[in-house]
Design a protein around this ligand. Structure first.
Ligand code: AMP
Ligand code: GLY
Length: 420
């Protein structure tokens, strides 16, 4: 079959790498993709936020399946447009993507289906929000309701910090995403992510991961999109996973179906675990980046069979073949990230590195310029290792990262510290 993947990050490179290994894949395209994917796929320069542009490309190239990587096309309704044109799509409708696009939507779904999550309230003006903060006290969590590129959440340790975050949101710091604010109870505990394929009715867990969101070692400094990740997440024991499926995921999927907006795609449940009990922090409606890199490294070629079963509504009969393995990925970012960073610095030494089922350097922000590989983004590469133990995966990932010759980049040395 001919397959089109939408997106251009490390997540999409990992998806392309896994899908390409499956003999069902004939021709593979990625739009817009990046330089790292060139050996695996044809890159297509498409506006992936335009349903019409993607449909036109699919018709020209006899595409049989579209896999949507990032949230923006999902929130824009591209999956709806493709389905309306008769195409097979992996990824939720615009209505179901509200589970990521609106925090208050998700909280209301949790309340309707009894899923455990932090207590919350929603505000569309600053004064009542400030009163609520004074009544509740700190620590407390302030969230812009809409998509804010990962910057809309403040975990406030003091009332003053919380009130400043409310004033920022209503002052327009997050644009339209901050016109409504959700204020939540602070949850203590250990965070982990759980990935579940859903076909509207049935659900299939496909792995757990933990990531490192802070830019600095010891989980210090500003938040980023993620500086590294590993899978599985030791804190998500089988018993906790079973409880999350029974108390959070299946009730959510049933509630979405009841509302007439069934969820199809991958549900990424961000969880807080304390005293053996998990509560929902948030949903995303796509794979995490860099969590996808470690999940794909572990699933390999079967990822396509699972994605296809999901898109075709056949998850009831699908299962994952698990190996007793671990994967770990280290993100190499441009110096300055997540603040201002330089673009265009040259990266050398990648050609000499081994690439196999235990070692892959996934590209997130690279391009070819006059034959040279150059950095084009903040997060640029994800050096990923797989092994029989987390320590072995760690050693393989860092051997790759250490061998890359990129003076313009940096990476954290302590990815996985909590689990190692
Ligand atoms: P979100 O975008 O909702 O995942 O929030 C970003 C990050 O803020 C999460 O990954 C958590 O680390 C933290 N966070 C969000 N909500 C809470 C909460 N209610 N209690 C504690 N930490 C939270
Ligand atoms: N790594 C976090 C995310 O993809 O949202």
């Amino acid at each position: 079959m001919n397959i089109l993947i939408l997106g251009s990050g490390g997540r999409e490179h990992a998806l392309a790498w896994a899908v390409r290994q499956n003999p069902k894949c004939d021709r593979l395209f990625v739009a817009p993709g990046n330089a790292g994917m060139e050996p695996l796929a044809r890159l297509a320069d498409l506006d992936i936020l335009s349903g019409a542009a993607v449909i036109g490309f699919c018709e020209e190239n006899a595409i049989d399946l579209v896999i949507v990587g990032p949230e923006a096309p999902l929130a824009a309704g591209v999956a709806d447009d493709l389905r309306a044109a008769g195409l097979l799509v992996f990824g939720p409708s615009k209505a179901a993507a509200m589970l990521e696009a609106s925090k208050s939507f998700t909280k209301a779904v949790c309340d309707a289906c009894g899923a455990p999550t932090a207590a919350w309230a929603r505000f569309d003006a600053a004064e009542p929000a400030r009163d609520y903060i004074r009544a509740q006290g700190a620590p407390i969590v302030i969230k812009a309701d809409g998509l804010a590129a990962g910057k809309g959440v403040t975990v406030a340790m003091t009332e003053a910090e919380a009130i400043a975050a409310v004033d920022d949101a209503f002052g327009g710091a997050f644009g339209a995403a901050g016109a409504e604010v959700v204020i939540e109870e602070f949850m203590a505990g250990e965070e982990a992510s759980f990935f579940i394929l859903c076909d509207g009715t049935d659900c299939l867990p496909i792995g757990t991961a933990q990531d490192h969101k802070r830019v600095g070692e010891g989980d210090s400094g500003p938040n980023t999109g993620g500086m590294g990740a590993y899978s599985p997440a030791p804190v998500l024991s089988q018993a906790i996973q079973d409880a999350v499926m029974a108390e959070i995921v299946r009730p959510t999927v049933a509630e979405m179906a009841r509302r007439g907006t069934p969820f199809q795609g991958v549900l990424y449940a961000g969880l807080m675990i304390e005293d053996g009990r998990a509560r929902l922090v948030e949903y995303n409606v796509r794979f995490g980046d860099p969590e996808c890199q470690v999940l794909m490294m572990r699933l390999g070629a079967q990822a396509l069979d699972l994605i296809l079963a999901c898109a075709e509504g056949r998850l009831r009969d699908a299962s994952v073949t698990w190996a007793e393995d671990h994967a770990l990925t280290v993100v190499l970012a441009a110096k300055g990230y997540p603040g201002a960073y330089e673009k265009g610095s040259e990266i050398r030494g990648l050609e000499a590195l081994p690439e196999d089922s235990s070692r892959m350097v996934f590209h997130a922000g690279t391009a070819r310029q006059d034959g040279a590989l150059v950095a084009t983004g903040g997060r640029v590469l994800a050096a990923t290792g797989r092994g029989a133990t987390l320590a072995q995966a760690h050693e393989r990932a860092y051997a790759l990262a250490d061998a890359i010759d990129w003076p313009g980049g940096f990476y954290r040395r302590d990815i996985g510290w909590r689990a190692l």
